[in-house]
Design a protein around this ligand. Sequence first.
Ligand code: HEC
Ligand code: HEC
Length: 334
Amino acid sequence: MPMQKALKFTRSLLAVTITALAGVAIAEEPVKPIRPVQEINLAQVELGKKLYFDPRLSKSGFISCNSCHNLSMGGTDNLPTSIGDKWQQGPINAPTVLNSSLNVAQFWDGRAKDLKEQAGGPIANPGEMGFTHELAVGVLESIPEYVTEFKQVFGTDKISIDEVTTAIAEFEKTLVTPNSRFDKWLLGDKDAITADELAGYNLFKNSGCVACHNGEALGGTSFQKMGVVEPYKANSPAEGLSAVTGKDADRFMFKVPTLRNVEMTYPYFHDGAANTLTEAVDIMGRLQLGKKFSDQENAQVVAFLKTLTGDQPQFLMPILPPSSDKTPRPTPFN
Ligand code: HEC
Ligand code: HEC
């Protein structure tokens, strides 16, 4: 082989080997890149998007899913606990809806098995949207454009709560956030994160955070005790998984929250008691792992966590069909 050609061959062999090695490295990381949404029913998504933003699914005519899971703010309300019908103080922090399709179950205690089952909850929860499924469906049926759209999407003349929650859940499946800087790094772009951020990831990995925060969402896949090494003093009466299973051993077991977009989803923990990531990382280190991070280490872990912000959902603001003369009017003050 002439020199020139041999060199070229060696180089391409090297390139193949490096690519293969990088592939191995990615496969071994406990954190996986978020995949863009694959299969989706576009007609249901468009309808579900309207319903997600429609406050007429609440008694007051004022509260929509987006009130508490604001898609301009990381899918949360950035409040310790939410504000519901008649300005009621909610009992627990609103988790983000972003990437919620990756959760094993929904709610902090997992009491809804999937997004469809979950979506029926808030409409009829007296402390949230304060309505009933019958009244919500009645409102939709009084709006001719909704009747037409439900018919086009589901092929039925009568609107049902089942269709409402199916459409909302389908829309929520589109709320994934790929392309974070950390995902780019995982996929081989070594310049996508800084040395400090990488040091933070190594601390996150080697200290044991990944035992609970792993996979695509860095959470959402298991229920774990809050306060493994040291007990946690919560600002809320929530009991966690034991409320669902009735087992004492499940007391204070919560669904591990996703850490995707965590920079945007403050305040933290089920009671919303930690205002900053610095505080949340310090508490996690001490209570879950018995590890006290130095200020520098804490800053590095926080820097890493901020690389997990991905592409936020982008779409045109849905324009909602107007109520008709027959639409029951909201009663916000009684
Ligand atoms: C008044 C505020 C409020 C409204 C309105 C509201 N939610 Fe929530 N949402 C919450 C709170 C608080 C939780 C956590 C409750 C719990 O875990 O016990 C939650 C939980 C969720 C979850 C579970 C996420 C997870 O990680 O477990 C999803 C999904 C969700 N809501 C979607 C919706 C949809 C869809 C609507 C509209 C039909 C809606 N929410 C309306 C406050 C609200
Ligand atoms: C034993 C499992 C476990 C380990 C280990 C663990 N966590 Fe957590 N993490 C949880 C659980 C459970 C919660 C929710 C607790 C609650 O809200 O009461 C949580 C919550 C968080 C939150 C707040 C997220 C939010 O949206 O409220 C952050 C940030 C976090 N963990 C980071 C870390 C870091 C950094 C480490 C390593 C130092 C770590 N965790 C180790 C289980 C764990």
